[in-house]
Design a protein around this ligand. Structure first.
Ligand code: KG4
Ligand code: ZN
Length: 344
């Protein structure tokens, strides 16, 4: 297959992103990857506000595209296709991205590809490490938590996942509850370093049940109850309380994720490569990374963790997914729609 240069757009959550990726049959190069976050815009609300996110995407998308082209030193006419996240995600943001991509495709006559955001994450180990199919992917972020058996650019089977909250969401919520800043993941990880994991006995939901499904909402409630009890007996939380709550919570999340990954890795047909991959913002967590690496080693497998900037939301993964998928399917047309829900 010839080399392809793809412009990708991403706007399904709270990052506006554009990237240009060049893919040949042997490797992939990120020519540029621009990500404009919105953390500041949402900070005072304690979570992503969909309407504010949608407006910010609409305002920033074309600027991100221009920056991506400038950094790649390419004119728009030099790209071979326009790729865009067309779901799943916050609908206002997805619509903004799809509209922008349609405009670019109409103006240039280039083919348009709508890409599933989760497929973008799931294919990232191929963008960064040329990981051969098939492999097991743990996708773990603020919005998602699932095991995927990835056997082709449009071939994914879901082996299990959370039945309620995503771990990142739980990290963020717990941080808020115990007085730590946002985003909660890094704040809890740092606080946990000084904490005692044994002071509070938090539950490990669904660990006693077979299979790869997970649950984090009961754990969240348990931490909340413990916090409330501490606050009512001593009129507040000390630094040490915060650290111990963070450490106990993180230890429970790690135990659940690691044990379920161990099962998934042992039980599913990922031979001959036996590769375990991780993606999503929670993959930044060192305790989680270390646990996953151990599982891969114990099973004589390989562990692939893309660099953090490519684990979190970005447009390079969307451009790359389109580059693989365009070998196998026709482009989309102007009827491409934004899908708030779109399971792989
Ligand atoms: O993938 P991502 O950037 O956005 C989506 O959710 O799509 O992931 C963000 C999530 C946030 O919930 C954040 O708290 C979490 O990833 N996170 C972490 C860490 N760094 C970020 N969770 C645990 N430990 C971390 N070090
Ligand atoms: Zn994502």
């Amino acid at each position: 297959p010839p080399a392809r240069t793809i412009l990708g757009l991403e706007s399904s959550c709270d990052d506006t992103a554009a990237a240009i990726v060049r893919v040949t049959d042997t490797d992939a190069t990120i020519l540029s990857s621009v990500v404009a976050g919105q953390t500041d815009l949402h900070a005072s609300y304690g979570g992503v506000v969909p309407e504010i996110a949608a407006r910010a995407h609409a305002e920033k998308l074309d600027i991100c595209v221009e920056q991506a082209l400038t950094q790649a030193k390419l004119p728009l006419r030099a790209v071979d296709a326009i790729a865009v996240t067309s779901g799943p995600g916050l609908i206002g943001g997805v619509v903004s991205g799809v509209m922008c991509a349609k405009g670019l495709a109409a103006a240039t006559g280039k083919p348009l590809y709508g890409v599933n955001h989760l497929a973008g994450h799931a294919l990232t180990p191929r963008l960064t490490d040329q990981t051969p199919y098939p492999y097991l992917m743990l996708l773990v972020s603020g919005g998602h938590c699932q095991f995927l058996l990835v056997s082709g650019p449009d071939s994914f089977s879901r082996l299990g996942g959370t039945i309620d909250d995503a771990p990142g969401e739980a990290f963020d919520k717990i941080a808020r509850l115990i007085g730590l800043p946002q985003p909660g993941g890094p704040a809890i990880e740092t606080a946990a370093l000084k904490g005692d994991t044994t002071r509070f006995a938090f539950p490990r939901p669904l660990l006693d049940r077979p299979g790869c499904d997970m649950s984090f909402s009961g754990l969240k409630t348990a931490v909340l109850r413990t916090r409330d009890a501490l606050i009512s007996t001593q009129q507040g939380l000390t630094r040490q309380d915060q650290s111990d709550l963070a450490a106990g919570f993180q230890a429970a999340v790690v135990d659940v994720l690691i044990e379920k990954t161990r099962r998934a890795f042992a039980a599913y047909p990922i031979a001959p490569n036996r590769t375990l991959c991780v993606a999503g913002g929670v993959a930044a967590n060192m305790a989680i990374r270390a646990g996953l690496e151990t599982i891969a080693k114990q099973n004589e497998g390989t562990f692939v963790a893309p660099p953090l900037a490519l684990c979190t939301d970005n447009a390079a993964m969307i451009a790359y997914a389109a580059a693989e998928q365009m070998q196998k399917r026709d482009p989309d047309d102007m009827t491409l729609s934004a899908r708030p829900r779109w399971p792989l």
